[in-house]
Ligand binder design. Sequence first.
Ligand code: SF4
Length: 176
Amino acid sequence: MRPDSDCRLCGLCEGRTQIVLPDGNPDTGIIFVGEAPGENEDLEGRPFVGRSGKILAKMMEEAGYGRSEVLITNTVKCRPPSNRDPKPEEMAACRQFLESELYDAKLVIGLGRSACRDLMGYEGKMDEVVNKITTIRVKDRDVRFLPTYHPAATIYNKVSREELRKTIAMVAEELR
Ligand code: SF4
């Protein structure tokens, strides 16, 4: 299930240029979930095309696969004003679309605190859960879930960069 092109189920419709739908291959069942589209994504209509997307794509390339082999999406499909965090009611309004994307997943990768909080209900520090596979409930199914850092959090932080690299390598194993 996808949102209508003029979806107005939450207030994020007011500031968006366009809805940013998932990008990549849904057939492998590997789905990366970020928080929300940013400025570049809002303009291009594709998730993770800015600096964070470039970091992610480079790490995938180093691990031997491309972003076109996995599916990349966000918890909300419209850009929050000034890149603020999405509000709980906006995430709740967009949840039905996210759940339909994740329902048949083999592995969901949560990129960053906001996505992990939304999908796992986890409020703690990322370093306590990073790269530890758990399960999340998607409607009536348990789906494997891999929490990790958002690429933006790895720009100036070597530790989180290495953890994200580890995540990307774990995904390479899943794709084999
Ligand atoms: S964020 Fe989701 S629910 Fe809100 S307007 Fe955009 S598509 Fe609709």
